[in-house]
Design a protein around this ligand. Sequence first.
Ligand code: 1HN
Length: 358
Amino acid sequence: MSDPQAHSGASSLGTLDELPQDYRDAMTSANLVPLWPSMRGFLPHDAPRPQTRPALWRYSEVRPLLLRAGSLTPIEKAERRVLVFSNPGHGLDGLHCTGTIYVGMQMILPGEIAPNHRHTPSAVRLVVEGEGGSTIVNGERLPMERGDLILTPALQWHEHTHAGSGPVIWMDALDLPLVVGMEASYALEGASQTVKNGLDASVTRYRRAGLVPYQNFASPRAQYPLMRWPWAEVRAALEALASDTDEGKPVHLGYVNPETGGECLPTLGFSAIMLRSGEEVTLPRDSASAVFHVVSGTVQAEVAGEALLNAEDADVFAAPAHARVRLVNRSTAKPAFLFQIDDAPLQRKIGIYERFDA
Ligand code: 1HN
């Protein structure tokens, strides 16, 4: 995008070592620094310089390490048994998948409980494998089936249980880096919840797009009316959209709050992409950072010009803000499905969201 108001007569700015030592010492003892030596770093010209690198985490590497954590670390010693997808551009300890998005893979074993708590960061789960897992959110039991999206928004009570056999594994995504940056990240622990509603009540109430419970017109709408999006329904909706979308154009659906039509969380956005067999798609480039999770199929991704080859089931890759993302499904037999997380909702709210392609 070219901005007629912008002009890049980039002149170099003064440096710290051009300043006399006594002046620098006086600034330091008064807790002052000059802006000009670091100005370009904080405000680079023409485009951001993300620390986030295009990076890929392979489930075939993550899974055995997660299973091993099951015997190395009992749930009581972990509360959440998670391996965090740390973007190397940020240093591994910062828990950044992108600048704003935290992603990890969590495992719970039969009979275990990941205890009840609530916290200021918002979270979602995308279920990867296993049967019998549930997340209980504010007294509502949400079954965890492969590909399902489950919300646990900011400050809502949530705990995870597992009544089946074998491990249950899911991907967690949180706006943690953002809330940590605001110095507002904290949690409260609580006693295990009493399940108050029927199984999966929010999915029952909001069974079909375009229909909401009638009494909601008269009473204040719940902030988070729908808590779970079953994958079977998302997949069917993608297949329907594909039949009405030209080859090479993204078959891309956004998850929304069914009462408002807006994003389902204030900070992070969620969407699902279908790549038909043999299809190659370039997503419209925008200012958001994003994380992609392969639900099924094989995807060759190119992120900011870097090739991330053959991402397969449950593999995850990160795209920095402003990056171009190209996706190819080389299979001639099978479609591929991706789940996307981005920080576009927050960028829109603070007025910095930009789309660079028509
Ligand atoms: C959390 O509460 C969960 O509830 C998972 O399952 C991952 C990462 C950082 C902070 C809180 C969960 C988390 C987390």
